[in-house]
Design a protein around this ligand. Structure first.
Ligand code: 1PR
Length: 561
């Protein structure tokens, strides 16, 4: 396998016109299904070939999928000469700034890139591919960049409570009339990064759009044929694909004068979740439980089958989901790399879903029957190679947090630490499966409690949220609050906060739990479990600091679009 990438908020990963996330809360009459831009498939010729600079630092599968989806062929750069010979070059930066520059300098590609850009040849940099154009970055450094654009790339400042990484859909404020961004003004596109380039007098001429997150940062540059974007067009649905298409096929349509609107806020995300497992016939199906029990309550006790994973994921993308998550809910039992159907599901889904894909289940170190050891990093790498943009760790993160809280030592060896170090924090979600435990007084337990909005069965006014592993089967001596704080320190980039009591109940999210956790950390928290109506989404966003809300049953049952 190719070496995995080092860290940074730049992932190799592209919803649609996203004035509002998903269809939830869309104004009346506007929630018809959106389809990705109509895209014709072209015949194979050189004009239809784009050169891709993949320096082996990670997953650029989503970029490849988007290019192919648009009907273009890909030629990979093998040497600096290939850069200079390119008609059209896409550079999806992945990994950390420092290691990316190391590779580019060592291979002679840095000089070739500077020369290609100096010749004003068609170039599209994505995410780190934009940042590397600047003088230097604070990441791993300072480290010198390609020095094409004046300025320093800096980390977002989380000291005042800003949630970092900047993950999600944010609108572009277009400042320059460019073909690439025609029609995109005010549209939401998908960002995921911890570092950003700041506008200054010295680089003003380069800037084609800015975006607001804590402060105004450069979301794209354009000069002659040199274009670069901080967001991920390949993960930004129809809007992103249309931007991509304008680069690949510069005379494509979509021209509209920029309206110079005001920048918007980061949108709250709505995530469709597919719990996946094999049924008793061995078929991989999307299932859905009540409080994690996925078997029918009838005498057959079969695993509930709500549909086929790839079909449902594709439908949710078309319906406007901001992200799609697959949770391999029995992954803790089996060895995920032995689960070839799950890997195939990911591969197929990533060819059809142009918003971020997360996959979880079974990410841990494993020794198979023949004694061959696989590290959690290998498991995660295979998920990334198969099309995941983020991986989610459940049980193994609980064990890592317990060990860390006991010893106070970060060993660097847990799956969470290893994967976030290599792929970047933004690629690692920790999934928490807590169960509510009522107590009369906070003194009864050593864990953080909340005063609950509805009293317990014996009139208890407080509760703590006990973490579980193995899909809720085993309870652990750690609370959700303690776990969230610990995994943030260990390198998690996001928290998926489930609640076993609310799962599948349709009575709304557990606001007490979500408020407690989302107030405690500065990484994004995804509220999960219990959505039963559109109002539940509004409630969780109004009453808590959750950055996203995830739901399953309400979408599978087609109760909202
Ligand atoms: O422990 O690393 O192997 O990961 C296992 C993963 O599988 C964890 O993310 C865990 O949450 C998930 N999981 C395990 N068992 C179940 C189960 O249901 N029996 N599903 C399970 C968790 C929770 C959400 C669900 C929301 C929204 N499901 O994914 O989709 O609660 O549902 P709703 O909107 O219908 O209420 P590891």
């Amino acid at each position: 396998p190719p070496p995995p990438p080092p860290s940074q908020g730049a992932m190799a990963t592209g919803a649609a016109n996203h004035p509002l996330p998903c269809s939830v809360g869309r104004p009346k009459g506007t929630n018809q299904r959106r389809r990705p831009a109509s895209l014709s498939v072209r015949a194979s010729s050189d004009a239809n070939t784009v050169t891709l600079l993949d320096y082996g630092a990670g997953n650029v599968r989503s970029v490849r999928n988007a290019i192919r989806h648009l009907g273009f062929n890909i030629r990979d750069v093998r040497s600096p000469e290939d850069i200079l010979a390119a008609d059209r070059l896409v550079f999806p930066g992945v990994g950390a700034f420092g290691s990316a520059m190391d590779v580019l300098n060592r291979t002679g590609m840095a000089d070739a890139l500077r020369e290609y850009i100096r010749r004003d040849r068609p170039f599209l940099g994505i995410c780190l591919g934009l940042q590397l154009l600047f003088d230097s970055s604070e990441e791993n450094g300072p480290v010198s960049g390609l020095g094409v654009i004046p300025g320093v790339v800096r980390r977002f400042d989380s000291s005042e409570g800003l949630i970092v990484p900047h993950i999600g859909w944010n609108a572009l404020q277009i400042t320059k009339d460019t073909q690439l961004l025609q029609g995109a003004d005010g549209h939401h596109v998908y960002f995921v990064h911890s570092y950003h380039a700041l506008p200054s007098d010295a680089n003003r001429d380069w800037i084609s759009s800015t975006c607001n997150y804590g402060e105004s940062f450069i979301s794209s540059i354009s000069m002659g044929n040199i274009e670069a974007v901080q967001f991920h067009p390949e993960k930004s649905g129809a809007t992103g694909l249309s931007i991509f298409e304008k680069f690949l096929s510069p005379n494509s349509s979509g021209a509209k004068a920029p309206a110079h609107r005001k920048a918007s806020k980061l949108a709250k995300r709505v995530i469709a979740c597919l719990d996946v497992r094999s049924n008793d016939n061995g078929d991989l199906v999307v299932t859905k439980g009540d409080q994690y029990d996925v078997r029918d309550h009838s005498s057959s006790k079969e695993v509930r089958n709500l549909g086929k994973p790839v079909e449902l994921a594709s439908q949710y993308y078309i319906d406007g989901a901001d992200e799609v998550s697959f949770l391999n809910i029995t992954g803790f039992r089996a060895f995920p790399l032995g689960d070839l159907p799950m890997l195939e599901v990911l591969r197929c889904a990533s060819e059809k879903v142009f918003v971020p894909l997360t996959v979880g289940g079974g990410i841990r170190d494993f020794t198979d029957g023949s004694g061959r050891y696989y590290s959690s990093l290998e498991v995660a790498s295979e998920y990334f190679r198969s099309g995941a943009d983020k991986i989610s760790i459940g049980s193994d993160a609980v064990f890592a947090a317990e060990a860390y809280l006991q010893t106070g030592v970060k060993t660097g060896k847990s799956s969470l630490e290893q994967i976030s170090r290599v792929y970047g924090n933004q690629a690692v979600v920790v999934s928490i499966d807590p169960r509510r435990v009522y107590v009369k007084s906070p003194d009864e337990v050593q864990f953080r409690t909340v005063k609950v909005s509805s009293k317990g069965p014996l009139g208890e006014e407080y509760a703590w949220y006990q973490c579980t592993v193995s899909g809720g089967r085993d309870s652990r001596p750690i609370g959700a609050y303690e776990l969230a704080k610990a995994v943030e320190e260990l390198g998690a980039g996001e928290i998926l906060l489930n609640c076993i009591d609310c799962d599948g109940q349709g009575g709304g999210f557990d606001i007490d739990l979500i408020k407690m956790v989302s107030d405690a950390v500065t990484i994004p928290v995804i509220a999960s479990s219990g959505a039963g109506s559109v109002e539940h989404f509004s409630e969780v966003f109004e009453k808590t600091n959750a950055s996203a809300a995830l739901a399953a049953g309400i979408f599978h049952r087609k109760e909202v679009l």
